[in-house]
Design a protein around this ligand. Structure first.
Ligand code: AMP
Length: 425
């Protein structure tokens, strides 16, 4: 096949084989979001690029190097429009929150969404250009209780999809009061070690010095010796961080302090955290990441408003489930409706609908082949049951055939669903 007709680099098709794992990953997300009092929002997959520039900062990798830019149709008035595919969900959710006047509703607001994000990064294992996140955001809650609640939720999610061995990395990066002194301590440190930085590290040092620390290529010894943000917190940030740690202890959520966890995004303040599979704690292994962004709502034109959220990388969750042999949510057993007569196709469709109304998963065989061939095809499709439409239909009944052992019996249509379930026990 011509290369141009293949899925673009860094994207993947979600094939039917993976559907059960995705159903579980997304189903658990929806279920937990609801149980923690979150409400679903969906924002557009593309927004004004300006939103991300203002929300993430010009110096962030997401804006400087990784943004997929989008224009309108050639020749249209939008041909040169400066849109971008969303690299992350928070800026869009905050934009929506402000645009729809949700800041005047009684808060705090709790939102969640699941959907694709786009980053023009170098594709590798677990790092794609299109990937799916489950994201939760709380806007208007200064914490610290909600910080602990969200960190606990992220770990609970991993456990609920079957990933038991995870570890939280935690840090606080201060706020507008104390970050400047930390930033200058970092600049002094890395300027003194400039020779040990590569070109990218030097670019980060100029544009966004905190990002030098979470550079994947940074020499670990140099990183270990760098000033730590938690040693530079102002009293208010220090008290907040101590409270978050105390609450995590009360909730029984273990964590390790990780001073390299500075997050790439300018609007983050105070608490930052990531969740890793235990023992695989490199930056590209993170299952989830999040933190507080008390500066974002204001940066996007709203009133000063606290915020906190996290995103879980569902592609990585599904990969980890399959590596660990963790089953997904299997679809219900398949029933194929076949017929004894080539002319009874309409009856098969009618019977199929009746069975679907009873909650079964049903595919009718619409062919005019002999019954035996239809049954062979049903078995090849992986069907558990065949429902044979024949002369019993005059009595409101069909023949239910167990494709596992070939046994069959007459059953009233209204009792087929119950009969298959009873046998599945
Ligand atoms: P971030 O907003 O970068 O903290 O991302 C949150 C989570 O999304 C990460 O912990 C990953 O699990 C996932 N993620 C981020 N970038 C990618 C990517 N390029 N490909 C796959 N998953 C990603």
């Amino acid at each position: 096949m011509a290369a141009s007709l293949r899925a673009p680099r860094g994207t993947r098709d979600r094939l039917p084989e993976e559907a059960a794992a995705w159903a579980r990953a997304e189903g658990v997300a929806a279920e937990l979001a609801s149980r923690y009092g979150f409400e679903r929002v969906d924002t557009p997959l593309f927004e004004a690029a300006e939103l991300f520039v203002r929300g993430l900062g010009e110096g962030s990798d997401a804006v400087a190097k990784e943004m997929f830019r989008v224009g309108g149709a050639a020749g249209s008035e939008d041909a040169n429009a400066a849109w971008a595919l969303r690299p992350e969900p928070t800026a869009g959710i905050v934009r929506s929150y402000l645009e729809h006047g949700m800041h005047v509703r009684p808060g705090p607001m709790r939102f969640w969404l699941v959907g694709p994000m786009f980053r023009y990064d170098r594709p590798q294992a677990g790092r794609y250009r299109e990937f799916t996140q489950w994201d939760v955001e709380v806007i208007g809650d200064p914490g610290p209780a909600v910080d602990a609640e969200l960190i606990e939720l992220a770990t609970r999610y991993c456990a609920a999809v079957g990933l038991e061995g995870t570890r939280v990395h935690l840090n606080s990066i201060g706020d507008a009061v104390c970050r400047p002194s930390y930033r200058s301590a970092l600049v002094d440190y890395f300027t003194a070690h400039r020779d040990a930085l590569d070109a990218d590290g030097r670019r980060r040092l100029e544009a966004n010095p905190l990002r030098v620390l979470d550079d994947r290529a940074l020499d670990p010894e140099l990183a270990a010796g760098a000033p730590k943000s938690i040693d530079h917190l102002c009293p208010a940030c220090a008290a907040h961080f101590a409270a978050v740690r105390g609450l995590l202890d009360r909730l029984g959520v273990g964590y390790v302090l990780d001073h390299r966890l500075v997050r790439g995004l300018d609007y983050y303040t105070r608490t930052t955290f990531e969740v890793f599979p235990t023992g695989r704690e490199g930056s590209q292994d993170a299952l989830a990441g999040g933190g507080r962004y008390d500066g974002l709502v204001e940066a996007l034109g709203g009133p000063p408003t606290a915020g906190i959220g996290f995103g879980v990388g569902l592609d990585r969750i599904v990969l980890a489930m399959s590596d660990g042999g963790i089953p997904g949510l299997p679809a219900p057993a398949l029933v194929v409706v076949v017929g004894t007569e080539p002319g009874d196709v309409a009856e098969r469709l009618v019977v199929a609908n009746a069975l679907r109304e009873g909650g079964l998963r049903v595919r009718p065989d619409g062919s005019e082949r002999k019954l035996g061939r239809q049954l062979e095809s049903a078995a090849k499709l992986g069907a558990r049951w065949a429902v044979i439409v024949g002369e019993e239909l005059t009595r409101g009944a069909v023949v239910l055939r167990d494709l596992a052992d070939g046994s069959q019996r007459e059953v009233p249509i209204s009792e087929v669903a119950a009969a298959t379930r009873a046998d599945d026990q």
